[in-house]
Design a protein around this ligand. Sequence first.
Ligand SMILES: [Zn+2]
Length: 173
Amino acid sequence: MLHVITYGHPVLRKKAKSIAKMDAKIEKMIGDMVYTMRNNRIKGCGLAAPQVGVSLRIAVVEPSENQLIYLINPEILSKKGSHFDTEGCLSIPGVYGSVERSTEIQYSSLNIHTGKKELFQANGFTARIIQHEMDHLNGVLFTDYIPNLDSLEFIKGERIPPKLLQKYSDQKQ
Ligand SMILES: [Zn+2]
């Protein structure tokens, strides 16, 4: 189980680096990321490498039980449509907000086994998670799209990251 880094840690704001090639070490880390996503205190449907302190362009996405997607040096090639829906993040536990995302995307990623670049298409919820995870690789968090504190929902008992509250109180001044 990897440690999931939370809001306020600088690694979450760094632009992650592409990997040069697939190797055993990276494959092992991806396996650990899948395990962490599934077994985290709040179960996730996506996890990006910067969230476990590794600034590389890698993420895992699991929109449903039988669909595991690896994003390795991913790039969005085209986007269509737009839709608002609620998002959360393992790095901002207990905080939710409505984010506008494209409804359909075309993207490329390296194949985890062959290391070759392949093209994919995704829509709906899957496309949403992929866009969320790819934002992580560029140091962007879903709360960056939320204009004010009142637009966020908080689960009772969860600690709101002080830096997130700070961000909104700074805006008011
Ligand atoms: Zn996230």
